[in-house]
Design a protein around this ligand. Structure first.
Ligand code: MEV
Length: 319
């Protein structure tokens, strides 16, 4: 029997790590994020009938997706409208190296990979702004009030300095930095964390605004430290940022324990990364040898898994 090649297209994105400024970025303050080199790939193929999707968390009809994934359904439907296509005739497969709910940008990366794959499949042009407006449909549903930093980082191959009112500017580091990422194994919920900070801010506006202002100061200094290649300064700023995130009540006992463990093992600084209330911490080390030592200490201290890598000036070098 003759087997016809199926029409097939792919789209990709990578994870993200927020170095400084999460939560404050929701209130218009600057934040710094870098690509995290774990990838998400979406593959679109021709398939008769209703749209179907296969991923590690759901496989079946697009329209039957669980409620918490409705953002992706809306995003895909909008893609099809913009590509002038009927809502049928494709199958989407999602392969992700990124663990979910760990502050590593898995939801933004999945939506970005899918949008890119669908536009590639229908051979339609997709501008960067067009991509963001489509991914935002999914992100708004998943996160409630996203600042936009996640989707901009997962779609860019460079470190970014981001502020809602100013958009993205790239950040070329004077020298590589060495970063360890440790997974607490606890799932964090960014939507709940962002809501919590909002409530705190409504209850105690002066105190919370002061903390948010302090996080802004840290972000500007961290930018300088990156541009001048000052790892020691950057490390101390990460730790200061963590102290402020604790005051925003988005850390927890395990994240604090992992930060302390990294510091005791010789890290230059450490903090939770992303929404918090679970997820990951990052630690900065002076070199790759120390990254290995800190990584081992984190695993012994209860981290479920650890990654470490060096960034080059374009932030693309993996370990
Ligand atoms: C989540 O990765 C970062 C937060 O600042 C939320 C956002 O900016 O959308 C917590």
């Amino acid at each position: 029997m003759e087997v016809k090649d199926r029409h097939r297209a792919a789209g990709e994105a990578h994870g993200k790590l927020i170095l400084t400024g999460e939560h404050a970025v929701v209130y218009g303050k600057p934040a710094i994020a870098i690509p995290f080199p774990l990838r998400v790939k979406a593959i679109v193929t021709e398939n008769a009938g209703e749209i179907s999707i296969a991923s590690s968390i759901y496989t079946g009809r697009l329209e039957g997706m669980p409620d918490k994934m409705l953002g992706i359904v809306r995003c895909i439907n909008r893609c099809l409208e913009l590509c002038n296509q009927a809502k049928e005739g494709i199958h989407i497969e999602l392969e992700s190296e990124l663990p979910m709910g760990r502050g590593l940008g898995s939801s933004a990366a999945a939506a970005t990979a899918i949008v890119r794959a669908v536009f590639n499949f229908f051979q339609k042009p997709l501008s960067q702004e067009g991509l963001y407006s489509l991914v935002e449909i999914a992100e708004k549903y998943t996160h409630g009030n996203p600042s936009g930093i996640d989707m901009r980082t997962v779609a860019n191959d460079e470190a970014i300095f981001y502020q809602k009112s100013q958009g993205v500017s790239s950040l070329a580091a004077a020298k590589p930095f060495y970063i360890v990422v440790a997974d607490s194994g606890e799932i964090g919920d960014t939507k709940i964390a962002v809501e919590h900070v909002k409530e705190l801010r409504q209850q105690r506006p002066d105190v919370i605004n002061q903390i948010i202002d302090e996080i802004e100061v840290i972000a500007w200094k961290a930018r300088e430290a990156i541009l001048t290649g000052d790892s020691a300064l950057l490390g101390s700023l990460l730790l200061r940022n963590h102290e402020n995130l604790k005051k925003l009540e988005v850390s927890n006992a395990m994240l604090d324990h992992l930060v302390d463990t990294a510091m005791r093992a010789g890290a230059l600084g450490a903090k939770l990364t992303g929404g918090g209330l679970g997820g990951c911490i990052i630690a900065l080390t002076k070199d790759m040898t120390d990254a290995g030592i800190v990584g081992e200490a984190l695993l012994k201290g209860g981290a479920k898994r650890v990654w470490y890598f060096s960034t080059d000036s374009q932030w693309l070098t993996k370990r």
